[in-house]
Design a protein around this ligand. Structure first.
Ligand code: UD1
Ligand code: CA
Length: 471
């Protein structure tokens, strides 16, 4: 039997009070429904169908590159009606796994159990016991413990409401049978909806077995209806990612203040200080330390490197034994060779900084190739942009760039050259030599500080300076 997945995502999500459809609300930077799709993918289904309705165009647009199929539920007539919209596209001999677009943390391993529990004559549902089952459908069992029905909160008797085994909404069933049960659904209930949950009673009537699989944890079946629940579920997500890194031996000073939004590969004895954000693909070598408040997106960092506080690194490669920050910004295309140092308030973009080279203070290096053993003085700026074009700067091995230099690209600094502080470099600086560009210093002995100007003198000087006259 093949597997088709149907993800319900047509609901409005009124309680979000947002113009963004509920299933597109971001959790850890990724739309809720994307989390569900990614979990479903792990089961290698033959197809994934997303049922859209409210904000359907936005959802379809947001998922157009995801390889899922769409079914439109023009009017929200209930969960059963929603699944029905996808059934024509599902092969009759498949198993159908129904997921919710607003239940994002569902564990693929749990889904696998649910799918395996379903069979030719078996419907499987995912249930969970909740201390407070209010609002959920209750799983009803007979004296022998056999599931025979799910009753919704609004349709339940007082005795049924006392049941704390609830329906998570996720289920799996053979397609042909499910299709038939859905066709036969009626909406004569408290909400006037076609309930997916009514297929349980229909299955029992047809002599099917109903297997209730217990969800191993509560967070993975939590649905999201409002912003508070969104934050709550994100906190679970955060803890899960931290737990994975703990298991890999990472020291995390405060797991509640670590955000992992991608794939992280770690060496041994990595330390993450509070408020670190790791996004995309991040590789951290042995003994790497990432300081408080750092953001790393698609970054690889070599052994024994320390990223000091409040640095932002995006699409960058950092070698071993480097030091970065505090307050450094490594923008896309930055490559630091081993033992390079990038200090405070230094920005690099599309720049290679060679072995052991240093740019320690208040510097911008853009579109630059810097050799090894180079010292870039404080306040050095590569003037790489003329307003239209981006130009390259090349600084060869062993060069020394004096503080406050403007390197007007395209320009080159030869091997072991020295640039005097404050130079505006517009032509090549030859190797080995001192190149400087500097106005002559002067001192005026016969000079006194200004005195307070009277109104007339003020007006006159301002007029001479071209300032508009006050009226
Ligand atoms: C549903 C279940 C309930 C279960 C609960 C778990 C039914 C009848 N009830 O109730 O037993 O305990 O989920 O959270 O299934 N949706 C559509 N189209 C619709 C209606 C809903 O796509 O016409 C989608 C929603 O966007 C949502 C999901 O289906 O993703 C569940 O809908 P919701 O209205 O939240 O169901 P509940 O009434 O909470
Ligand atoms: Ca719900």
């Amino acid at each position: 039997m093949g597997l088709s997945v149907v993800i319900l995502a047509a609901g409005q999500g009124k309680r979000m009070k947002s113009d963004l459809p509920k299933v597109l609300q971001p959790l850890a930077g990724k739309a809720l429904v994307r989390h569900v799709i990614d979990a479903a993918r792990k089961l290698a289904p033959s197809s994934i169908h997303v049922v859209v309705g409210h904000g359907g165009e936005a959802v379809t647009e947001a998922l157009k590159d995801s390889g899922v199929a769409f079914a439109l539920q023009a009017e929200q007539k209930g969960t059963g009606h929603a699944v029905m919209q996808a059934m024509p596209a599902v092969p009759a001999d498949d198993r159908v796994l129904v997921l919710y677009g607003d239940v994002p943390l569902v564990d693929p391993a749990t889904l696998r159990t649910l799918v395996e529990a379903a069979g030719e004559r078996t419907l499987s549902i995912l249930s969970v016991r909740l201390p407070d089952p209010t609002g959920y459908g209750r799983v009803l069992r007979d004296n022998a413990g056999t599931v025979y029905r799910i009753v919704e909160q609004k349709d339940a008797t007082r005795k049924e409401l006392a049941v704390n085994e609830v329906n998570t909404g996720l289920l799996c069933a053979p397609a042909a049978a499910l299709g038939a049960w859905l066709q036969a659904l009626r909406n004569d209930n408290a909400q006037g909806e076609y309930y997916l949950t009514d297929v349980v009673a229909a299955a029992v009537k047809d002599g099917f077995r109903v297997e209730a699989v217990a969800a191993p944890t509560i967070p993975e079946v939590l649905g999201i209806n409002d912003k508070a629940q969104l934050a709550e579920v994100e906190a679970h997500y955060r803890r899960q990612r931290a737990a994975e890194l703990f298991a890999a031996g990472v020291t995390i000073i405060d797991p509640a203040r670590l955000d992992v939004r991608g794939t992280v590969e770690v060496g041994r004895d990595v330390t993450l200080e509070p408020n670190v954000m790791l996004e995309g693909t991040v590789r951290l070598g042995n003994r790497v330390r990432v300081g408080i408040g750092c953001v790393l997106r698609n970054v690889s960092i070599g052994d024994d490197t320390e990223i000091h506080p409040y640095s932002v690194l995006v699409d960058a490669r950092v070698g071993a034994q480097c030091a970065v920050g505090p307050y450094a910004r490594l923008r896309p295309g930055t490559v630091l060779a081993d033992e390079a140092h990038v200090g405070n308030s230094v920005e690099l973009k599309n720049t290679v900084l060679g072995h052991g080279s240093k740019a320690n203070h208040l510097t911008y290096l853009g579109d630059a190739t810097v050799g090894s053993g180079v010292n870039v003085g404080a306040g050095t700026i590569t003037c790489n942009y003329d307003g239209v074009n981006k130009w390259q700067t090349v600084i060869e091995d062993g060069a020394f760039i004096g503080s406050g230099s403007m390197l007007v690209a395209p320009v080159t600094v030869g091997r072991d050259a020295t640039i005097g502080a404050g130079t505006t470099l517009t032509r090549p600086a030859p190797r080995g030599a001192l190149t400087l560009e500097r106005a002559k210093q002067q001192t005026r002995e016969r000079w006194s500080r200004p005195t307070t100007a009277g109104p007339e003198e003020k007006a006159e000087r301002e007029a001479r300076a071209g300032l508009p006259r006050p009226d």
